[in-house]
Write a protein of this length. Structure first.
Length: 94
């Protein structure tokens, strides 16, 4: 009887762990791409594009283009030397 209860508890814990991991991996990822420009609509080369609160990020290319894969609803931080940092909610085409 005691062994049966222990097996039931272990099964419940294992099932809870599996469901918890499955819910974490089920987070919808989106591919975000766009162009970082200045006030005169000129591309900013080498601007940093980071997901807020993480180490996920990239830098813009020679045309100011970037592509990044982030969770849906993520907030992106755009920064470059000499410019004010700004934040935007991620969308597929920015």
């Amino acid at each position: 009887m005691r062994t049966n209860n222990l097996l039931k508890r272990l099964f419940a814990i294992a099932l809870g762990c599996i469901l918890g991991v499955a819910s974490l991996s089920a987070q919808q990822m989106i591919k975000v791409s766009g162009v970082v420009t200045d006030n005169e609509k000129l591309p900013i080369i080498g601007a940093g594009v980071m997901q807020s609160g993480t180490t996920v990020g990239t830098a813009t290319d020679m045309d100011g283009l970037f592509t990044l894969e982030v969770p849906e609803g993520a907030v992106l931080e755009f920064s470059s030397i000499g410019y004010e940092t700004c934040t935007l909610k991620a969308a597929p085409h920015m």
